[in-house]
Structures are given as structure tokens and as C-alpha cells.
Design a protein around this ligand. Sequence first.
Ligand SMILES: NC(=O)CC[C@H](N)C(=O)O
Length: 308
Amino acid sequence: MDLAGLIEEITADAAHAVDRGKVADYIPSLGGVDPKHFGIAIVTADGTVHKGGDADVSFSIQSVSKVFALTLALGKIGETLWRRVGVEPSGSAFNSVVQLEAEKGIPRNPFINAGAIVVSDVVLGGSEPREAIGDILRFVRFLSGDESVFIDSEVASSEEQTGFRNAALANYMRSFNNMEHDVGGALRVYFHQCAIAMNCTQLALAGRFLMLDGRHPDTGRAVVSAVRARRIMALMLTCGHYDGSGEFAFRVGIPGKSGVGGGILAIVPGKASIAVWSPGLNKRGNSHLGSEALERLAAATNWSVFTP
Ligand SMILES: NC(=O)CC[C@H](N)C(=O)O
């Protein structure tokens, strides 16, 4: 298969796309990102990296970070996490508050904001926010093998100043006793993990452990057990694109996690870890051109979790 040629075609077509979606501007410092960007990086199981477009331009990974934070939280408290967060698709917007009342402060899944804030509370544990933020950053650097991954503090403080809805979710869950530590501290952890800046190459490298059944490609040692890696990907497939998860599974057929910065991390088990980035979003807050690129890539390569 000519992956390089395919990437070239997809990148060239993305450059001419007229409908690019809308850049998220509810976090003020994301609003100024140029919608013309498009990047893609694919790491195959043999470790080869294929890149196209702006694959080496950093962007705010936002909710893609929820995959890494979930992995860390499961490492900390194991399966007991599922007493506090569900594993069902929400069918609602990523920042929705409605289900929390009827469902007694237990968020549907760890990839909507409410669920990710519970995960942040777990990662925070009894420590200082600064230490928990450092743990997440170190983990992502370890997974990507790249020490230059950083947290964009301007994005973090921009969201900290405007993230009233996330603060509401956190405080509402606190009222149901589903936040165990300082709410302000957990939110600080959440906003900083969302503000991690990476490029497509680094992000695709960071996803390798999922492609490899939980093993770190450099050491062969388990980052997580195979069962856990599979479960994380099951959640990506069913919940990774919020109320657009069904459509993404239908059109693309591989587990993916999106973020409002326009990034998507998608994993083809045993075959590839893929990162795409284009800042314009569709109605559900998922990268418009990024989703299209993955649909095209999956069709052309026959990559799908349903391929026998
Ligand atoms: N979907 C997203 O990427 C949302 C993350 C963003 N930091 C928020 O909480 O609103």
C-alpha cells in the first residue's frame, strides 16, 4: 500500500477544501488559530512515521488528553474508577450538564467533560495540582518519546478564566460526593491537561501503546494490560466523539478521540496510530476535515476494527 502517496493526496485536497468547519472560540486563546492548517501523521506497527501537511506544527490537544489522563487514573485506582464514571455513550454535547441530575452525579463516560473532570480528581489524589499536572505531562512525554511536549500556559489560563460550565459540572458532581478532592485543584489539573500542546507526529507516537496492545514500543514493557488497552479503545470507539461517536464509528470504523483544538487520535489495533489536525470543527465539536481525512484513509487502506 502506498501510504505516502495517499497522505499526499489527502493533504493536497485538504489544502483546497472550501468548507473547513468553524474554529472553537469559546476558549478565547483557541479562537485565533488559522483554520487553514491541516496535518496528518501515521505511525505503523513497524515504527515507520509517515507525515503530511502541518504534521510538525503544535496545536492544543484539548480532549484528546482525556485518553492519557484516563490511562493514568486507571493505573492509580484500577477498575474502581468505574464506580464513579460510566462506560455508556452520552448522546449529548461534550459539556452537557443534563444527565448528571437524573444519574446522581455519575457522568456517562470518561470522555465527556464531566467524566474527564472526575478522572482529573483521581489523578490529583491528595497531591498538589502542580504535581498531578507534571505527572500527566511526564506520561505523555514518555509515551511519545519526546521531551519537547509542553503545556501552553496561555491556553490553560484562558480556559481557567472562562471555564464556568466546567466549574459548574465539577461543583454539581461535588454535591453528589463524586469529587473527592479540592474542586478548584481538579479543575486546574483538567484545564492544564487540555492545554497540552503537541504536533501530529508526537500525538501519533503517543498513541503507539494502544496500537500495540498496551506495550511501549521502545521497551516492549506493558504501559497497561492488553485488556485495559482494548477497553480504552472500546470507549474511544463508542464515546470518543461525543454525540458524533456513532457517526464516526459508522463512517470511519476505528477508535478515535477528538478535541476542540481540531486534533483526532485514531488507532488501528496492530496496524497504525494516526493523528490528524485541522482546527475547523463540525456541529458536534469534532474536526471537520480531520474526520473526512480519516474516513478517506480508512476506506483506502481497508483499516477498520471490523475488517476480518
Ligand atoms: N471537546 C473538548 O476538547 C473540550 C475540552 C475543553 N477544554 C473544554 O473543557 O471545553
